[in-house]
Structures are given as structure tokens and as C-alpha cells.
Design a protein around this ligand. Sequence first.
Ligand code: PLP
Length: 376
Amino acid sequence: MLPAIPFNKPYLSGGEIQYIEEAVRSGKISGDGTFTKRCHQFFEQQLGVHKALLTTSCTDALEMAALLLDVQPGDEVIVPSYTFVSTPNAFVLRGAKIVFVDSTSENPNLDVASLEGLVTSRTRAIVPVHYAGIACDMDAIRGVADRHGLAVVEDAAQAVDSFYKGRPLGSLGELAAFSFHETKNIIAGEGGMLVINDARYAERAEIIREKGTNRSSFFRGEVDKYGWVDVGSSFLPSDIIAAFLWAQVEHLAEIQGRRKEIWQRYREAFLPLLKLGIGLPVIPDYATNNGHMFYLVCRSLDERTALIAYLRERQILPVFHYLSLHKSPFYQEKHDGRALPWADHYTDCLVRLPLYYELHPELQQRVIEAVGAFYH
Ligand SMILES: *Cc1c(COP(=O)(O)O)cnc(C)c1O
């Protein structure tokens, strides 16, 4: 039998074990050690941002963002319905009401044209998700946010090394959250990062991340004792996690190069499917592709179910994801009842194909031929 082609396979650059050993031998394996600092510096420079702080997940980074914005019960936050639960959940934990926005017909990113109509006097923030690492229209989002005095928090979980009009994603909102979960481009098993572009939030971000204490300024010698100064939690990862991540960061360019090659090969192979009405990822002029994800948009749920079954019989394991959150068991009763047809469309029809560093051309060819045979 042919070897199975999984949906994802975590890539190891080779330096992970060595750096973890260095971290362990250094005798300082709690948070904010040498490797954490290296990662912070790298991302602050790469993104050109005020501050980057590693967290234990993107979920945590989003929860920190909700705390930093001081979101209160009854405040409203605009979030796409077609996203991972953590995007709205971080704000729901603070008592916020989620106002779901639909996706566009072009791709699953949020529909900027409908934003203005969703803003009320209680709206505090807009949380765009750069789906598949492809930028949302940030100038349009910024326009709405500025007209109404709202914060923008980018869910950049999938958006490492991707750009909007030449500016790095994660550098465009007041705050941004990245993920280093093993399914993302660069990984730490579980891991994330909060990016602070608006310097007003920087000091409090360090405090919230350190259990509500001013421990970070104490270690920099800015205060002579540290104590409990605010609310907070434990959002910082061990330096062992950062050591793993550093081995990935060092190979970012190579990882990205390979992922984009695979993405491009899929794109070229599947262009003929467009004529059948099958959707492929659309990258607007203002956006770039970071090789995070390749997907097809089938014409119906039945077709997608059949395609996935057909590929599985051939030991190829694609996945679908995101069930419209406005229809989720947890939120459907709280949703205001608006239909969000594009979110539902992607829920039913989008399928993600295997894409990982070690998906060698002969393996990828099996995927390409199997999809081609299904649509023959
Ligand atoms: C992966 C992902 C998250 C969650 O990331 P974790 O690091 O697992 O918490 C949040 N939002 C989006 C859009 C994601 O893809």
C-alpha cells in the first residue's frame, strides 16, 4: 500500500534539540531567558514593531489583547464568523458581545464593506483574521476603526512573513497575535506571540504577562522591588519552548521558500479547475502569499464530502475546518440572527490540501493526480 500523505507534518530544522539542551544546561529554563530574548529581538526587527512578547499560544496572546484593551461586559467586538474559536473567545472571556462579520466571495477574509454597518456606540475593536496568511484590506479596516475610535487587533496566527502593501502583517493593528502551533509555518509545538505596535500598551503588556507584577521592569533595574500592580496571568513560555522556536526562526527563509514552491505547484496544477467553478486561493494586489495553506473551494458540501472520501481511499488526508461560529452551539443563541452566507459557504465547501516542508514533489504529484482524477 502507498504510504499515507498526512495533512501536516511538523518540520524540524535540526537545531531544536541542541538549543533545548543549551537552554537546559544554562540553568535558566523559566520564561524570558536567552532564547526568548533572541526571538523577541528577531521579531521586533523583522516586523519593525515596538515590542514582541512570546506567549504560550496565540490564544493567550489574544486574551492578553482583550485585557490590554480593557474590554468590559457589554462591549462589542467585530470578529469574522469563519475563524478559529480563540479569536472571539478571548473577548467573550471579558464579557464582550461578539458581532460576527461575513467573509467575502473572493476569499474567507472579512468583508470590509459590511463593517461600517456593524459599528455601534458599544463597539471597541475589530479583529481581522488574515486567513491562510493572506492580508485583509487593512487600509479599509483602519479607516472604519479611525472614524469610530476603535482598536484593531490582528489575528495573525497564520500570517508569519506575509505583507500588506509591503508592510508586514502583525505590524498594522495596535496589537497582533501570532501562533507557533505545530500546524503553522514555524512552530514550537504550542506557542504564540503578542505584538505591540502602540507603545501605550507596552508596559502593561509586560505586567499582564507576568501575573500582574512589574517583574520585567525590576529585572531591567527600573524599579527596586517588584510586586502586584495589576491583573494578569502567566502567559510567558519556558525558555525551552523559545529554544525550539529559535531553531525554526533561524530557518525561516528556507521554510518559507519550500512552502511557497509547494503552494505554487498546486496553484499551477489546479488552474484548470477554475473553469469548472472550483475556487482556488485569491491573493488581492495588496497582499502576498506566505505558503501557509492551499485550499480548494468545492461547489457543494456533497462534492467536498465525496472529494475527501475519494482522497482518503488513496491514503491522502485532506481536512476541512471552521464551522461558522455564529451557528456554533455556544454562540447561535447569542448571535443577532443575520445570515452570513459566505462564512457558511466556506464552512461547507473549503478543503485544505496537505502542505508541509517534506511534501516532496513525488508525494505532491500523488495529491495532484488524485484531485485531477476526481474531477476528470
Ligand atoms: C491557529 C490559530 C489560532 C490559535 O492559535 P494557538 O496558538 O493554537 O492558540 C487562532 N486563530 C487562528 C486564525 C488560527 O489559525
